[in-house]
Design a protein around this ligand. Structure first.
Ligand SMILES: Cc1cc2nc3c(=O)[nH]c(=O)nc-3n(C[C@H](O)[C@H](O)[C@H](O)COP(=O)(O)O)c2cc1C
Length: 173
């Protein structure tokens, strides 16, 4: 970008931040494990489906996040979609705790096939293999193939909107 477009983009940041507070998103925990067996994880709402066939999704991970390097190195990760009952994990996995201490709460198990840590009892667990990484500003946009899925029958995801955590409200149609 030129200096002028830089300035224009910077001027947009406060309004963009306000707009994003209105873009409600489902809260997830992304987890992986390193070669020494240490688990790594963080809260993420930047998770979206890309294609149904083949099952493909994308995540955006800040390159400064402790999860970033082990996730890229392992090339595999799990996304556990949270329910309202898991709200206390959000603080732990977004800075209140670090490293293995983040896994002190919740029913964490190891997937037999991938060896990945996953939150048992989450809305769903998506076991993914990294397909591509694109740097965009501070983040890596990671495209991944979904290799296995576990789903809970109840549909009750934890939602992040306007800086707070919510359960889904009234059905409108
Ligand atoms: C609701 C919520 C959603 C978040 N979504 C993302 C995300 O999609 N990508 C990301 O890189 N960080 C996201 N974060 C920030 C990371 O969870 C946070 O920076 C975390 O502490 C990772 O950094 P660390 O492991 O180095 O402490 C989110 C935080 C919260 C509270």
């Amino acid at each position: 970008m030129t200096d002028m477009t830089d300035t224009l983009a910077s001027a947009l940041v406060p309004d963009f931040r306000k707009a994003m507070r209105r873009l409600a998103a489902t809260v997830t925990l992304i987890t992986t494990v390193d070669p020494t067996g240490r688990r790594h994880g963080m809260v993420a709402t930047a998770v979206n489906s890309v294609t149904m066939d083949p099952p493909t999704l994308l995540i955006c991970v800040n390159r400064t996040a402790s999860l970033h390097a082990p996730l890229i190195e392992r090339g595999r990760f799990c996304i556990s979609v949270l329910m309202p009952a898991h709200h206390e994990l959000v603080g732990h996995f977004s800075g209140q705790k670090a490293g293995e201490d983040r896994f002190a709460f919740g029913d964490w198990r190891v997937d037999d096939t991938s060896g990945l840590p996953y939150l048992h009892g989450a809305q769903c667990n998506l076991f993914c293999r990294l397909a591509s990484v694109t740097a965009v500003g501070t983040h890596s946009v990671i495209i991944a193939a979904v290799e296995a899925v576990q789903v809970q029958d109840d549909v009750m995801p934890l939602i992040y909107a306007n800086g707070g955590l919510h359960a889904i409200g009234d059905t409108v149609s």
